[in-house]
Design a protein around this ligand. Structure first.
Ligand code: 13P
Length: 253
């Protein structure tokens, strides 16, 4: 059984004070949720304060990005070791906003994922097609290329720890969620591709769905056999809404 993993991606939102306020309301709401992994990824500036507010809770800290280098002349960048220093456990890499707005390639993502593993952190590697690619029937081709490229060099012993997030770009921030069936179809394809690459070890890899996940659609999504979690943007900014997502009900699609 794969342990579900529900992650909040706050993107460029919340100050340190707002992050602490969120934690004060959210932590008590989810303290009973002991069968799932709960993760919050604030902006870099709120990692320290949020980490202190989450200390001793069942909510783990994540970064939204990382540099693959450990230190040096890289103005504006943050290294894996700096995230370890702040008690981060995860980092999101290859989010579509980073790929499309900041030109990150599969190669960059693979280097970041490898650097995270080397530092003892777990990468959440994002993949997903654009609307144009879906309409041109290129979803599987794009996803396959992203998996192969973004996981290049992934070592067999790291496989079980890996988290993948399938986020169709057309569903992000649009309110247009993939139906559970559409999401499951791609998740099954991703799993099959991972099996061909890593064998039975692929069955331990958790694959999250992301793109307009809300309290009212999470149950149906989480009831699909290959959807092991959610990566949530907008709805994760509100403690009650994200708590409802963490407390999803399986089998109620
Ligand atoms: P929304 O939930 O706002 O659509 O964002 C999804 C996302 O990009 C999470 O990484």
């Amino acid at each position: 059984m794969r342990r579900p993993i529900l992650a909040a991606n706050w993107k460029m939102q919340k100050t340190t004070g707002e992050a602490a306020e969120f934690a004060a309301r959210f932590v008590p709401l989810v303290k009973d949720a002991d069968a799932v992994d709960i993760v919050v990824a604030p902006p870099f500036t709120a990692l320290d304060r949020l980490g202190q507010a989450l200390a001793g809770s069942n909510v783990a800290l994540a970064a939204q990005n990382v540099n693959a280098e450990e230190s040096g002349a890289f103005t504006g960048e943050i290294s894996p070791g700096m995230l370890v220093d702040l008690d981060c456990r995860y980092a999101i890499v290859g989010h579509s906003e980073r790929r499309t707005l900041y030109g990150e390639s599969d190669d960059d993502v693979a280097r970041k994922a490898a650097a995270l593993f080397a530092a003892g952190l777990t990468p959440i590697v994002c993949i997903g097609e654009s609307l144009e690619e879906r309409e041109a029937d290129r979803t599987f081709e794009v996803v396959e290329r992203q998996i192969d490229g973004s996981l290049a060099g992934l070592r067999a012993e790291s496989t079980a720890e890996l988290v993948l997030a399938y986020e169709p770009i057309w569903a992000i921030g649009t309110g247009r969620t993939a139906t559970p069936e559409i999401a499951q179809e791609v998740h099954a394809f991703v799993r099959d591709r991972l099996r061909r690459r890593f064998g039975a070890a692929a069955d331990a890899i958790r694959i999250q769905y992301g793109g307009s996940v809300k309290p009212d659609n999470v149950d149906a999504l989480m009831s699909q056999p290959d959807i092991d979690g959610a990566l949530v943007g907008g709805a994760s900014l509100d403690p009650e809404a994200f708590s409802r997502i963490v407390h999803f009900q399986q089998g109620t699609s």
